[in-house]
Write a protein that binds this ligand. Structure first.
Ligand SMILES: [Zn+2]
Length: 259
């Protein structure tokens, strides 16, 4: 039983399902293509079972740890390491590093999560936290967060030229891939985040401000909801149906999601 309430059809993935997904379905080439400048020294990370408490027994001690994958030969090797851990979540580090592991720059990203939305049914994030339902969300919130994503996309497009959106399994991530965005100082980033907030967008500051460097890897499995992180075109957001869209449904769900 999942501890959180989620839209119908969304649930935790089992270890066996994670294994099936990363063996048969995950497309490492597509994931690699996300990095238009090549993988370079991109670091990946996994969290095995922090929220789901589902983990291989041998990794019990590390179930909640963020495990960094920074030694690999190629993307196929990354996939093999993911298969070893069978994690609930796979991320990449938005920092770009040079040969000596010094940070060169950081990809700008915004996180729009449904739990931050004040829901007519479930209330504010504070209300949800009080009920220990901070990670829960519903379809009303999902619809509302879609509208916010489109609005923030519009706002970012007036300043940047390469903005991408990814459905994360919960809410949406906006990635700004312009080089000039990655070189903004922390003060400039904070200003940008504040401007967005003043315009009424509820974004998670920790992604924007760069303190939390990890962001979900596109095409990976979100094991909290059994959905595939899916890049979308801007014009697809409005009609996007996270509960039913086949592109984000892993095969193991089979007929569980009824139409
Ligand atoms: Zn709600």
């Amino acid at each position: 039983m999942s501890q959180y309430y989620l839209p119908v059809g969304m649930r935790y993935s089992t270890l066996e399902e994670r294994k099936q997904f990363y063996t048969q379905e995950f497309n490492p080439q597509k994931a690699a293509e996300w990095f238009s400048g090549g993988l370079g020294r991109t670091k990946f990370a996994v969290i095995i079972g922090r929220h789901t408490k589902i983990y291989p027994e041998k990794y019990k001690q590390d179930a909640s740890t963020t495990i960094i994958i920074d030694e690999y030969k190629n993307i196929e090797d990354v996939r093999q390491q993911i298969l070893e851990f069978l994690p609930e979540a796979v991320y990449y580090d938005r920092n770009l590093y040079d040969q000596n592991d010094n940070k060169i720059s950081q990809e700008l990203a915004f996180d729009l999560d449904p739990e931050n939305i004040t829901c007519p049914i479930h209330g504010t994030l504070a209300d949800k936290m009080k009920r220990k339902q901070g990670l829960s969300f519903c379809e009303v919130e999902l619809e509302m967060v879609k509208k916010e994503t489109i609005g923030l996309y519009d706002f970012l497009e007036t300043r940047f030229s390469d903005v991408r959106v990814v459905y994360s399994g919960r809410g949406f991530h906006l990635h700004v891939l312009d080089q000039k965005a990655s070189l903004l100082s922390s003060e400039e980033l904070l200003n940008l985040a504040q401007q967005a907030k003043q315009l009424g967008f509820h974004i998670d500051e920790w992604v924007t401000s760069g303190e939390f460097r990890l962001i979900r890897l596109p095409y990976s499995l979100n094991g909290l909801v059994s959905r595939i992180a899916l890049p979308l075109r801007k014009d697809e957001i409005e009609s996007f149906d996270a509960v039913h869209d086949e592109r984000c449904l892993p095969q193991f769900l089979g007929k569980e999601v009824t139409f």
